[in-house]
Design a protein around this ligand. Structure first.
Ligand code: GLU
Length: 300
């Protein structure tokens, strides 16, 4: 278990204990802390808010009535949204963001239900009201905004390519002639590689980890998606995988919300705007170890 102790106060938060951990076990991070229920892992970075009122937010009304928050996430993207198959433990930057938002709404970790939802099904899950919000490498696009709203952005990355570590002939998206490229159904990178470049062929799966299996098996030549996602796979297996070339798009990650819930949208945007130290702590814990660089973007 790896435990990181963050020195110094987190501005704007009355936090007694600032310990946090990236471990995959379920054990509490902070032996000496006195934060309340739900304190586990990154939970010690913030307090679970009490007496929250969010007048005019139908999503918040649903959560309150239900007594729990339902959050859509990914489960196969290390460093971002990951679920340990053995323990069921969820970890990553997006999970931290999801928990931080829940805490600001008055819901501790024991009041969160996660639903793993693949890229292609996100808008529909939000439109149906199956989830209260979605945090999972979800790029803000005008097309998606026809169906849903976004809070954020809370992170910016760019589309890249993942290849076998010993590959020498793919160094960017212009080198894909005759190559088979794998990506995920309903994702912006799949659309862009088809619209703007000329790969030999594309194959699509529900998840990026399925593409990684195909790449390792040699049945595809490259995977394309956001570099932040690809870097997580490289960190897991640097002997087999590498990122090729430079990013060739801007992917701005937002929190997917029901269309029209501007009260919740504003609440989350205010949380991001005022929570730079929490953001940085989550970044340092989850993304920096994979070599990812970035700073907190301003919200829209
Ligand atoms: N950020 C891109 C998207 O939203 C790719 C990652 C993903 O599929 O979640 O489509």
């Amino acid at each position: 278990m790896r435990t990181t102790r963050i020195a110094g106060a987190i501005a704007g938060l009355a936090v007694a204990a600032l310990a946090l951990t990236a471990c995959n076990s379920g054990s509490p991070a902070d032996p000496g802390g006195d934060a309340g229920a739900g304190e586990e892992e990154t939970g010690a970075l913030w307090e679970v808010a009490t007496d929250v009122a969010l007048e005019g937010s139908p999503t918040f009304d649903n959560m309150t009535e239900r007594g729990k928050v339902i959050i859509g996430v990914k489960n196969d993207q290390p460093g971002l949204g990951y679920e340990d198959a053995a323990t069921g433990e969820r970890s990553g930057f997006d999970i931290g963001i999801a928990q931080w938002i829940a805490a600001s709404l008055g819901f501790g970790e024991d009041q969160i239900e996660y639903q793993t939802i693949p890229s292609a099904n996100r808008e529909q899950a939000i439109v149906n009201g199956d989830i209260d919000y979605y945090v999972g490498t979800y790029s803000i696009t005008d097309k998606r905004k026809e169906q849903i709203d976004f809070a954020g952005p809370y992170f910016i990355t760019g589309q890249g390519l993942l290849v076998a570590a010993d590959n020498t002939d793919i160094n960017g998206p212009d080198d894909l002639a005759g190559k088979i490229v794998c990506s995920v159904t309903g994702s912006t990178p799949l659309q862009r590689i088809r619209d703007e470049f000329s790969p030999g062929d594309t194959v699509e799966y529900d998840t990026y980890s399925q593409c990684v299996e195909q790449l390792k098996a040699g049945s595809v030549d490259a995977i394309t998606t956001d570099e932040a996602i690809l870097a997580g796979y490289v960190a897991q297996d640097p002997d087999a995988l590498k990122i090729a070339g430079e990013p060739f798009s801007e992917e701005r990650y937002g929190v997917g919300l029901a269309k029209g819930d501007t009260v919740l949208q504003q609440h989350i945007n205010d949380l991001f705007t005022n929570g730079g130290d929490v953001w940085q702590a989550l970044f340092d814990l989850n993304l920096a170890p994979a070599g990812i660089q970035g700073t907190q973007p301003a919200v829209d």
